[in-house]
Design a protein. Sequence first.
Lengths: 95, 95
Amino acid sequence: MLMHNPPHPGEIIKELCLDPLGLSVTEAADALGVSRKTLSAILNGRAGISPEMAVRLSIAFDTSAESWLNQQSQYELWHAEQLRGQLQVRKLVAA
Amino acid sequence: MLMHNPPHPGEIIKELCLDPLGLSVTEAADALGVSRKTLSAILNGRAGISPEMAVRLSIAFDTSAESWLNQQSQYELWHAEQLRGQLQVRKLVAA
DNA sequence: CCCTTGTGTTTGAAACTCCGAATCATGATG
DNA sequence: CATCATGATTCGGAGTTTCAAACACAAGGG
């Protein structure tokens, strides 16, 4: 079922972008053009990756904005899927 | 560059789900378990597809929640990309 | 003609999220 | 001890998703 609880994208940013370059939160936030608080919240999973933030990440780290946004989507979707059984929805098309 | 302004996902829902089945906004909203207002806002592009709504759509129309959420992401990303040049971001990795 | 019913949309309010400025707590340096 | 940098937290503002209620509009029935 592949029901593995995915890590929040901020964890990925830290491990994949900040740590390898030895960047502090302050340095990275400054480069990204956002406040330390904003980046800190993302790294600690208290904020998601907004579309604008995805573009910022893509510029600073030469990656694809789409991949960051998709990771965020997958993370949010996993949590929404946990509620699938509780949603009162009527099927309109045969399974 | 494929810079085609993408339609908001609500338009897709209407054309791909409601219209083929001859469903009214009222009927579809009722089946999805949300208010008419909520669905109306989505169809008219004044609201996005939330993760929970993506799961609702996947149940009612036997589709993948991921595809709906990805369409929403792509739509938001396109708008964010329009601001790419205005963002004050410093490259941390060589292009 | 008026009244009811059904349609889609809009208004008003509550809850939530992302963000910056300011503040706090911690640890290092002089 | 005092100072400073770092990361996290609190406070407030702006935007978004949601519902309940009310709105405008059309189509029929009395």
